[in-house]
Every structure is written in C-alpha cells, then in structure tokens.
Design a protein around this ligand. Structure first.
Ligand SMILES: NC(=O)c1ccc[n+]([C@@H]2O[C@H](COP(=O)([O-])OP(=O)(O)OC[C@H]3O[C@@H](n4cnc5c(N)ncnc54)[C@H](O)[C@@H]3O)[C@@H](O)[C@H]2O)c1
Ligand SMILES: O=C(O)C[C@H](O)C(=O)O
Length: 354
C-alpha cells in the first residue's frame, strides 16, 4: 500500500478528533516515508528482461521492497542485486506456490515479463500457445494474493495476454480495470529515438504518442501530434516503429528479442505509476488498457495516452486529431487488434485452468 494514499484514506475515515493528526502526518510525509512502503514484484525476474528490469528497480528510490520470482534462478538474481547499496530490500522467492504467493503478498506493482520470446520468423502471436497459460496462471496467483495491485503485463502477445489477465480477475470477482496495464512503452521509446535520429534532436524532448496495440500493424505512431507532423508521411519511419521488435529479433539471431531497451521501458512505466501513486499530478503514459474508446467497434482494450493516479488509471485520453495517413494505419490496426483480444478472452473461457 502506498503510504500517502493509506494515510489519506485514514484521514477521511477518522473521527473529527483524530483527523488533524492524520492531516499533519500527510503534510510531513516526505519522500522517504512515501518510498518506504512501495513493494514491487517481478515475475520472470531471472530472464532477459527480468534481470535488467530488477536492476533498474533496485536503483529506483521510490521502491522500498523488491520481490523477485522466477521458475528458475530468482534467489540467485536477488542475492546479486541485493548487494547494490540502495535502501530497498530485495528478496528472491522459491519457485513454489508458497514462494509465488509470498512474492505477491502486499505488492503495489507486479511486473510480468515471464514467458518465451520470439525467434526470427515468428510473430508475437506465435508465442500465444506457450505464454497464454503462463500468464493465466500468474494472473490467478495475483488475483489470489494481491488483488488490488497494479498489474503490468510485458509478456507477449500483449494484445492477448492483457485480456487473459482481465478474464482471470473477472472469474474471481476482483477485476479492477483501472489497475491492469499492457506495457507498450517500448513503442513510445522507439518512436522518440527514431524520430530524433532523423530530426537531429534530443530524444528526451520528443514525446510521440503511439496508440492501438503492441504488435506489427496494431502499433500506430501519431507523428502529426508532435512538433514534426511531416514524419507521419515517412513510411519507412512508421514501418520501423511498427516493426522495431523484429529488427532486434533478427539481430539477436535466435537468442531472443529486446531485453535491455524493454527493461528501460518497463522501469520507466513503473516509475510513472509510482510517481502518480505518490501524489504527482499530470503523469501521462500511453498504455494498453480496458478502454471505452472503441468499445462500440467491439474493441475492449486499446492503447492510448492515459493519465495515471493513485488508483491506477485516472483518465483515458482520446486519440485526438489525426491525419489521413494515421487514419489509414488506425483502420488497419482494428481488425488484428480485435482478433488478438478475442483470442485471449476465448482462451480463458476454454482453458480456465485449475
Ligand atoms: N511488451 C513488450 O514491449 C515486450 C518487449 C520485449 C519482450 N517482451 C516479451 O517479454 C517476454 C519475456 O522476454 P525475455 O526476453 O525476458 O524472455 P526470457 O526467456 O529471457 O525470460 C523469461 C523468463 O520467464 C521465466 N518464466 C517462464 N515461465 C514462468 C512462470 N510460470 N513463472 C515465472 N517465471 C517464468 C523464465 O524462467 C525466464 O527466466 C516474452 O514474451 C517477450 O516476447 C515484451
Ligand atoms: O518483438 C518482440 O517480440 C519483443 C517486443 O514485443 C518488442 O517490441 O521488442
């Protein structure tokens, strides 16, 4: 539980006599005390993404407790990272149901990069058969041990694994759409880097919205909404953003997909959520969420800019004005996205698991 949010809740429900004491605590609640109570869990912590992601989380002063779980190697990674001289505690858990449950208990944020990555020639959807059941079972553990945590899904295919999590939570009566996120930050990171290379700018100054989903044509960058609207006509750039993942898969030549850039992107999203949870206003990140934007077209989940807050999703921002090139991309996105989402929902209906 985030400290400030907890104190705020108590202040609201406190008697008139006790309220000033809580309010005073809230006022004096400095960053250190906010930091103390943020438990973050990584499921798949010993993997290509899991290790550097855990490292970056250990370096984040907003994280006070880091819980690392994997079906193999979690305690080893935890022992290694725990020697880093930052204040947070690090614990590696055994690959048992008890270990998993202990890793999740009391967690505020759970990042899930567990599952297999692509090899050259595969699509993300080709990972479905293996990763769907991994994510279903981990979601089940989250629903049982930390139903109120923010769940950040990295495992591919994100367009399907996020709906899988939602169905698992719904089946247990604990689904909160404001706390389930598909991490699409890497698409945003790539778009800003690739655009900055063309425009010779600092990528830190580039803020390029990417909407839709997280695979191929479902990834829709919106350059018309940036200071370089001309880039929306740059078909090569748009293709590079949509298929940036393939570039890495090809270069790694069978040894997996993006891990280091993904770790950075996952750590950035977790940091945004922590900042918002700890009271910062106006924190906005594109992310794949249960969204009203295209429900009338049967699309239950969609990535767009989302304002984050203490309760997770604060506000889903509309896609906004887009140009004709982008409208074509968006039209092309919808068919695949709908199928990917429905596939995840159908999987849980047909394979509810234990
Ligand atoms: N969302 C994105 O932008 C994005 C970017 C890159 C990769 N990915 C996806 O992330 C996933 C992981 O990629 P990677 O390169 O880290 O793979 P990896 O094989 O290096 O690591 C995966 C880890 O998950 C662990 N694991 C498997 N089943 C588990 C379970 N039931 N519980 C806990 N841990 C389990 C494995 O032991 C392994 O350590 C892949 O599905 C990949 O496609 C997503
Ligand atoms: O491309 C992949 O399979 C991994 C990831 O989704 C990425 O975008 O790099």
């Amino acid at each position: 539980m985030f400290a400030a949010a907890r104190i705020q809740r108590r202040a609201f429900s406190a008697s008139a006599r006790d309220r000033p004491a809580y309010q005073a605590r809230l006022l004096t609640c400095d960053l250190f005390s906010l930091v103390q109570l943020s438990k973050v869990t990584v499921l798949g912590a010993a993997g290509g993404i899991g290790q550097p992601l855990s490292l970056l989380l250990k370096l984040n002063p907003r994280v006070s407790e880091l819980a690392l779980y994997d079906i193999r190697g979690g305690p080893g990674v935890a022992a290694d990272i725990s020697h880093i001289n930052t204040k947070s505690t690090v614990t590696g858990y055994d690959p048992t149901p008890t270990g998993l449950s202990a890793a999740l208990k009391g967690s505020d944020i759970v990042l899930i990069p567990a599952g297999v990555p692509r090899k050259p020639g595969m699509t993300r959807d080709d990972l479905f058969n293996t990763n769907a059941s991994i994510v279903r079972d981990l979601a089940k553990a989250c629903a049982e041990s930390c139903p109120e945590a923010n769940i950040l899904v990295i495992s591919n295919p994100v367009n399907s694994t996020v709906p899988i999590c939602a169905e698992v939570f719904k089946a247990r009566g604990v689904y909160n759409p404001k706390r389930l996120f598909g991490v699409t930050t890497l698409d945003v990171v790539r778009a800003s880097r690739f655009a900055s290379q063309i425009k010779k700018t600092d990528p830190a100054d580039e803020n390029i919205p990417v909407v839709g989903g997280h695979s191929g044509v479902t990834i829709v960058p919106l350059f018309s909404q940036t200071s370089h609207p001309d880039l929306s006509a740059d078909a090569e750039l748009v293709h590079r953003v949509q298929f940036g993942g393939d570039e890495v898969v090809k270069a790694k030549d069978g040894a997996g997909s993006a891990t280091l850039s993904m770790a950075m992107a996952g750590a950035r999203f977790a940091e945004s959520l922590l900042r918002a949870s700890q009271g910062e206003k106006g924190v906005v990140e594109p992310t794949f969420v249960d969204s009203p934007l295209y429900k009338d077209q049967g699309i239950e989940f969609f990535s767009s800019k989302v304002e984050l807050g203490p309760n997770g999703v604060e506000k889903i921002l509309p896609v906004g004005k887009i140009d004709a090139n982008e409208q074509k991309l968006l039209d092309a996105c919808m068919g695949d996205l709908k199928k990917n989402i429905e596939k995840g929902v159908a999987f849980v209906a047909q394979n509810p698991g234990k």
